[in-house]
Design a protein around this ligand. Structure first.
Ligand SMILES: O=C(O)CCC(=O)C(=O)O
Length: 475
C-alpha cells in the first residue's frame, strides 16, 4: 500500500538562521526541518569519507575497529525492534565489505543487511573531536547531565563495564544502502538531530497529534514497518494517516521534533551522527510519557499487588528497566538542573551589579528553564506521583560535589555560547559561599517531588522575583 504523503520537510540554510529563529520556528512549534551548511569543518566529514562520497571504511576500521558496538539485522524483527547483536567495528566492516557482490550492491544477494546503531562514539573517543554540535542543539540537559551523573543506578544490576552503553545519547550510525530503522518515536520523547556525514536518508514522519493512527485498537502496539504487512484489521486507522517525507543529503542535518513518529531508510551507504536531547521546551512531555509508562508498568503487575512486599518499588524498578528512568531518577535530574540554574541566576545577578553586565538572553533562558521545571513539578505534585520517594540530595553539601560544579560550569558555557558571550569570569568560591548561605534558609535539606516546586519558588525569591513573572526580558 502506498503512503499518503502531503507534506515535505522544509530545508533551510543553517548559516542564515539565528538561534532565536530556530527556537521560535522549530523548537517551540515542534516542527521538523533540514539544516544545511553546518558541517563544513567537521573532521568526520574529511576522515570518514572518500572523495567520491563513499564511506572510508578502512579509516574507520583502522582507527576505531576495536570498539564493541550494537548491530541490527534489518531483516529480522525482534519484539518492537530489529534483532540486535554485538560485535567489534572491524568485524562489522568486514561483514559489510564481504557481503557486497561484484556490483557493489547488497540488494541482489541473500546476506543479512546489518546496521551499526547507537555507537557511543564521543564517549569512547573524546580526544578525536569528530564534530562540533551546532549551536541550535546545544541546550541539551540530557547529555550535559549524563556527562556527570548516571540517569539510573540500580544497585542490583550496576556494572562498571556497562559504563559506556548507558552513558550518553550521542551516537554514530553506519549502514549500507537498504538498511533502515522501523517506525518509532524517540526515547523519553526527546528531540533528536541527525547529521549525514556521507550518504542519503529518506525520512517519513507523522506528527504526535496523529500517532493514534499507527496504533492498534487498544493503543498498545504501533506499526513496525509502514511499507510491509500492515494488517487493516489490526491497525484500522493507518490508511487515514497523512505523512511528511524528505530526503536528507550528505552534509545535511535533520531536526526531529519531540514525539513525532518516524521511519528512516538509507538510500545509499550512509554514516550519520545523531543526538537525543531535551530541555525546557520539551521536558514536560518527558514527564508526561514517564507518567504514562508508570501507569502501564503498574497495570501490568496489578494482580500481584497484594502478595508483593514492595509493590511500588517493583513498579519503579520495572519503569526504569523499560523507560530508562523512574520517578526517583527524573526528580534527581530536575533538582540538580534547578540548582545549576540557581547558580547561574546568582552568577548573572552578581555580574549585573558590575560593569561587565552579561547577556539578558542568558538571564531569559535561566528564568524560562526554572519556570518550565516548576510546571513539571506542579504536574508531579498534582498526580501525587512519587510522594513517598525522598531522594538524597543534601543541599548543604552540594557545593563540595565536583560533578555538580561541572554541571553548572557546562550550563553557563552553553548559554554563553548560545548568546555569544564567552568572556565571563566566575568567582566560584564567592558564588558557592553565597549560595550556601541562601540554601541554609531553605526549610528542608532533602528534596522530594512536593518540595521541587517550593525549591523553584525559593530560587526566584532569592533574587527578588515572584515565579520569574516580574522579569523584564528582551527574549
Ligand atoms: O538514522 C536512522 O536510521 C534512525 C535515526 C533516528 O531514528 C533518529 O535520529 O531519531
Amino acid at each position: 500500500m502506498s503512503l499518503n504523503i502531503q507534506q515535505q520537510v522544509e530545508k533551510v540554510n543553517g548559516k542564515e538562521l539565528s538561534y532565536v529563529q530556530f527556537v521560535q520556528n522549530y523548537l517551540v512549534q515542534n516542527q521538523p526541518v533540514i539544516l544545511t551548511g553546518l558541517m563544513d569543518d567537521w573532521k568526520a566529514c574529511k576522515d570518514w569519507v572518500h572523495q567520491d562520497g563513499k564511506p572510508n571504511l578502512k579509516f574507520i576500521s583502522t582507527h576505531f575497529g576495536k570498539s564493541q558496538v550494537q548491530v541490527a539485522d534489518c531483516g529480522i524483527q525482534e519484539f518492537t525492534d530489529q534483532k540486535r547483536m554485538e560485535m567489534s567495528v572491524s568485524e562489522f566492516i568486514m561483514k559489510w565489505v564481504e557481503s557486497k557482490d561484484t556490483n557493489g550492491s547488497l540488494e541482489s544477494n541473500d546476506k543479512p543487511l546489518l546496521y551499526l546503531k547507537d555507537w557511543h562514539f564521543v564517549k569512547e573517543y573524546p580526544e578525536y573531536c569528530a564534530y562540533k554540535t551546532p549551536v541550535f542543539f546545544c541546550d541539551d540537559w540530557l547529555n550535559m547531565y549524563l556527562d556527570r551523573y548516571r540517569m539510573h543506578m540500580d544497585p542490583d544490576s550496576y556494572q562498571e563495564n556497562n559504563e559506556i552503553s548507558c552513558s550518553d545519547y550521542r551516537f554514530v550510525y553506519m549502514g549500507a544502502k537498504g538498511t533502515w530503522t522501523p517506525l518509532h518515536a524517540d526515547v523519553f520523547r526527546s528531540y533528536s538531530w541527525s547529521a549525514n556525514v556521507c550518504g542519503k536518508k529518506q525520512w517519513f514522519f507523522l506528527p504526535p497529534s496523529k500517532h493514534h493512527l499507527v496504533f492498534d485498537r487498544n493503543m498498545k502496539n504501533s506499526i513496525y514497518n509502514i511499507f510491509e504487512g500492515v494488517d487493516d484489521t489490526k491497525f484500522p486507522c493507518f490508511r487515514e494517516a497523512i505523512w511528511w517525507e524528505c530526503t536528507q543529503e550528505e552534509n545535511e542535518i535533520i531536526f526531529v521534533p519531540s514525539g513525532w513518529y518516524h521511519q528512516v531508510h538509507n538510500l545509499e551507504d550512509t554514516i550519520s551522527i545523531n543526538h537525543n536531547w531535551f530541555n525546557a521546551y520539551n521536558v514536560s512531555w518527558v514527564w508526561d510519557l514517564l507518567l504514562k509508562d508508570y501507569k502501564e508498568a503498574r497495570y501490568l503487575i496489578e494482580d500481584i499487588k497484594d502478595i508483593c512486599d514492595d509493590f511500588e518499588g517493583l513498579c519503579q524498578r520495572n519503569l526504569a528497566a523499560n523507560s530508562g528512568m523512574n520517578f526517583h531518577d527524573i526528580l534527581a535530574f530536575m533538582v540538580r538542573i534547578t540548582l545549576a540554574n540557581l547558580f547561574l541566576l546568582h552568577h548573572l545577578v552578581q555580574l549585573e551589579e558590575n560593569p561587565l553586565c552579561w547577556s539578558s538572553g542568558v538571564l531569559g533562558d535561566t528564568v524560562f528553564n526554572l519556570q518550565s521545571i516548576q510546571r513539571v513539578a506542579l504536574k508531579m505534585k498534582s498526580v501525587g506521583a512519587s510522594t513517598n520517594i525522598r531522594i538524597l540530595i543534601d543541599l548543604n553539601n552540594l557545593m563540595e560535589d565536583y560533578s555538580f560544579l561541572q554541571l553548572f560550569a557546562t550550563l553557563k558555557e552553553t548559554y554563553g555560547a548560545i548568546h555569544g558571550v564567552f568572556d565571563v569570569i566566575c568567582e566560584e568560591k564567592v558564588l558557592c559561599s553565597h549560595i550556601k548561605e541562601l540554601l541554609n534558609e531553605f526549610s528542608c535539606s532533602f528534596v522530594g517531588s512536593e518540595d521541587l516546586d517550593l525549591l523553584v519558588d525559593f530560587v526566584f525569591r532569592t533574587v527578588g522575583f515572584v515565579s520569574g513573572e516580574n522579569m523584564l526580558l528582551e527574549n
